[in-house]
Write a protein of this length. Structure first.
Length: 126
C-alpha cells in the first residue's frame, strides 16, 4: 500500500496551480473537468503518480473560499535548505509564515509557507 494523493479544495484553480507550480516547483500531471458535476480537478506533484504521492486540487464551480477548520494540519515537503526555500518562495510572491529554524525541542530545521487558500506547507530540511 502507499499514499496516492491528498485532496485540497481550492477557491481559484488557476491561482492554486500557479502557486504549486510557479512557487513550489511542482508540475501539473493531469486535469479533469466535469461540467455536469460542476467541478474541475488538477493533479500536481514532483513526479509521476505511479511512484509519487501528489496533490489533487479540486475546484467546485462557484465556490471561491473554504473554511479550513481546525482539523487540517499541513503538507510536508523535503527541501535541501529551508532558509533558501523560504527566500525563493518570498521572491516568487509566496507567503512565509515561519522562518527556517530548528523545530521546538529538536534539531531538524523546518519552515512554513502558506498557499493562496490558506493551506500550510511545512518545509523540512534534509
Amino acid at each position: 500500500m502507499r499514499i496516492l494523493h491528498t485532496m485540497l479544495r481550492v477557491g481559484d484553480l488557476q491561482r492554486s496551480i500557479g502557486f504549486y507550480t510557479g512557487v513550489l516547483g511542482m508540475t501539473v500531471l493531469r486535469t479533469t473537468d466535469r461540467p455536469e458535476q460542476k467541478y474541475t480537478l488538477a493533479f500536481v506533484g514532483y513526479g509521476d503518480e505511479a511512484r509519487h504521492a501528489v496533490l489533487e486540487l479540486t475546484y467546485n464551480y462557484g465556490v471561491d473560499r473554504y473554511d479550513l477548520g481546525t482539523g487540517y494540519g499541513h503538507i510536508a515537503i523535503e527541501v535541501p535548505d529551508a532558509a533558501a526555500a523560504c527566500s525563493a518562495v518570498r521572491e516568487k510572491g509566496g507567503t512565509v509564515t515561519r522562518e527556517a529554524g530548528p523545530v521546538k525541542g529538536g534539531a531538524t530545521v523546518i519552515a512554513f509557507v502558506q498557499d493562496p487558500d490558506g493551506y500550510k506547507i511545512e518545509l523540512i530540511e534534509r
